[in-house]
Design a protein around this ligand. Structure first.
Ligand SMILES: Cc1ncc(C[n+]2csc(CCOP(=O)(O)OP(=O)(O)O)c2C)c(N)n1
Length: 648
């Protein structure tokens, strides 16, 4: 079907778009129809798979305009964070993949080089695009390649320090480069801080009145949205009317500023982008958009404009999943209970108050929670300052994002022996968000920090207990890490040895199975299966995995084989650390460490990926049985030599 035929067949223009060149040929009228079709498509598809629906509804016109003005892939279109690249995927020949978005073997939820030559940055951590853009622009200048570099960055991502380091360099280098600031006023929740205030003030120049009028007209003709949202926008504008901010901040930095432009007006965005493209130096195009635009449930979702829901009802926007008690909820409630008792306990979030549960504390004690923006490094060192000032900060972040702040945790917090508790949600294999969202590095990376203690709770009861223990530590940092999803059923200990919980034991002491955190349940199942083969397994949950508890080494010495299983990378993981502690204590019992290989694991469900990695009870039981039966057949020394061979 041609683009012309598509216009005649209402609702089918989108089907005719196989690549950016099809969009370039369209009339203004066709583009409006196409934008509406893209919205319908996004809602229909993402409601089934879950995904970043709100951010993408907000960039439909922006993305169309970008593909009309620039020639991807020769020109490079970079999406900061990458969660708002669905429209770009739709326009670059990937519509068919949306039925399996974020599912195993299907489209990634972020740009992916394997999927398309139109994609470049795969990293889903925020605030990197301007640095990539700076480097690309320098490379093209040096190589004499006439290519445009365009980076889309949200006002939320702009709160990250890397963006400001990049702007500083982009201004100095002076290379042609277009920065599209997608300003919807929100990260998950409204973006906070001086920069957000500044962007608001820019909306107050005369051009913004025009933006408002256009938005008003557009909203009036959008049945799902209607008048109320216009009124909200208008009220926001009135509220900030008297704010005073230097209008020329970006230009002071040495970067041309164009805007604000109505990001839902394709022609207006196009003309700004053309001006920016022809300028010949770095330019910021400030586009004002609405997160969730055109879909009432998203626009009216106060929490996060349906930022990244699971599968939902397309009519109502309501989640389809049955609510369950998540690890996050248990943490959030216990933190409030502790804060009730200890006025020195405060919370920090890096723009993720709701997803990390710290919002529960903020609702009760608004003045004891700090949202620092997407700024994990600052969060860590600011927490150090709070601790120096006599408070006990609890920094709640996703495990993958604390990687950013390694040096801050190491030197700013730990070297100063400061009591800061880092709570790492979504630790381990997470699933649909793919490799850059897996929280699999924390135990290895932070395991090297002197004086840092790491706890991995196995269920709700141990999460509560270990959170209390962590916050009771007053001479150094602590980390508490737990996975995503529904919290595991409580698993009582048979007894406690030092800080180690013994979960199961038998008359025979063949295998010591060290099950880290949420793998405790798996450990119990493995023990039952291995027992069927006539071997005795002691299952322990170390609770605190760093430093390695001395009792764990003593327990190891009383068994014939030690097996560790953890939801983190094997290199430098709990198994590695225990092996080292055993060597140091001259305990010569063979050890096998099971965990996640240090590699890039594709997206899928958590269960699928764990199965791929053979981290299921069935697989682990088979392995353990194989290893222990080989010990029966071979002297210990031979097995140790085999183990060394297997690892190399
Ligand atoms: C380093 C880092 N911390 C936290 C996040 C989680 N996160 C994903 S999107 C987002 C908000 C982004 O806001 P913005 O850049 O304005 O884009 P929008 O979704 O509003 O279009 C956050 C905090 C992340 N991706 N990277």
């Amino acid at each position: 079907m041609s683009v012309e035929e598509g216009t005649a067949n209402h609702g089918r223009l989108l089907g005719a778009v196989r690549g950016p060149q099809d969009v370039k040929r369209m009339t203004a009228e066709q583009l409006d129809i196409l934008a509406a079709e893209i919205r319908d498509f996004l809602i229909a598809k993402v409601s089934r798979t879950g995904g970043h629906v709100g951010p993408n509804l907000g960039v439909v016109e922006l993305t169309l305009a970008m593909h009309r003005v620039f020639d991807s892939p020769r020109d490079r279109l970079l999406f900061d964070t990458g969660h708002q690249a669905y429209v770009h995927k739709i326009l670059t020949g990937r519509q068919d993949g949306f039925d399996k978005l974020r599912q195993r073997g299907g489209l990634s939820g972020y740009p992916s080089q394997a999927e398309s030559e139109h994609d470049l940055i795969e990293n889903s951590h925020a605030s990197t695009a301007l640095s990539y853009a700076d480097g690309l622009a320098k490379a093209y200048a040096l190589r004499g390649e006439p290519r445009s570099v365009v980076a889309v960055v949200g006002d939320g991502a702009l709160t990250g320090g890397m963006c400001w380091e990049a702007l500083n360099n982009i201004a100095t280098a002076g290379n042609p480069l277009v920065i599209v600031v997608n300003d919807n006023g929100r990260s998950y929740s409204p973006t906070i801080g001086g920069l957000a205030d500044h962007l608001s003030s820019l909306r107050l120049n005369p051009g913004y009145e025009k933006v408002l009028d256009t938005v008003k007209d557009a909203l009036g003709s959008t049945p799902l949205v209607g008048k109320p949202m216009y009124e909200v926008l208008h009220a926001v504008k009135k509220g900030i009317k008297d704010a005073v901010a230097p209008q020329a901040m970006f230009e002071d930095l040495g970067i041309k500023y164009v805007g604000p432009v109505d990001g839902h007006d394709i022609a207006a965005v196009e003309s700004s982008l053309r001006a920016a493209k022809n300028f010949g130096g770095p330019v910021i195009v400030h586009a004002v958009t609405r997160k969730g635009y055109g879909y009432r449930p998203a626009e009216e979702d106060e929490a996060d404009c349906l930022h990244g829901p699971g599968a939902f009802d397309a009519e109502t926007g309501k989640l389809l999943a049955v609510p369950s008690v998540k690890w996050t909820n248990v943490f959030a409630d216990e933190l409030v209970a502790i804060a009730d008792e200890r006025p020195d306990v405060v919370g920090i979030t890096a723009a993720m108050a709701e997803p990390t549960g710290i919002a529960t504390l903020a609702r009760k004690y608004p003045h004891r929670v700090y949202d620092v923006g997407i700024a994990e490094q600052h969060a860590a060192t600011s927490a150090a300052g709070l601790a120096m000032g006599g408070l006990h900060p609890v920094v709640a972040v996703y495990a993958t994002f604390l990687n950013r702040a390694f040096d801050q945790v190491l030197l700013d917090v730990a070297m100063h022996k400061l009591p800061v508790t880092f709570v790492l949600d979504r630790a381990g294999i997470t699933g649909p968000d793919g490799p850059s969202h897996y929280g699999i590095w924390d135990m290895s990376v932070f395991g090297v920090v002197p004086g840092l203690r790491i706890a991995a709770p196995r269920d709700a009861g141990s999460l509560r207990e270990e959170l209390r223990e962590a916050i009771a530590v007053d001479d150094g940092p602590t980390i508490l890490r737990f996975p995503t999803g529904t919290v595991a059923a409580d698993l009582p200990a048979v007894r406690r040895v030092g800080t180690v919980d013994v979960l199961a034991e038998s008359a025979r002491t063949d295998v010591l199975l060290v099950a880290v955190g949420s793998f405790a349940g798996l450990g119990m199942e493995v023990a039952a299966r291995v027992a069927e083969q006539g071997y005795g397994v002691t299952v322990v949950d170390p609770r605190w995995v760093r430093p390695v508890p001395a009792e764990l080494v003593e327990l190891a010495a009383g068994h014939r084989l030690v097996v560790t299983v953890e939801d983190g990378v094997r290199v430098g993981g709990v198994g590695d650390a225990l092996a080292q502690a055993m060597r140091d204590a001259d305990v010569r019992v063979p050890l096998r460490d099971l965990g996640v290989p240090a590699d890039w694991h594709p997206h899928g469900t958590r269960a699928q990926i764990l199965a791929d990695l053979r981290l299921t009870a069935q697989d682990v039981a088979r392995d353990v049985t194989g290893w222990i039966s080989r010990l029966d057949a071979q002297p210990v020394e031979d097995v140790q030599r085999d183990e060394a061979g297997a690892k190399n």
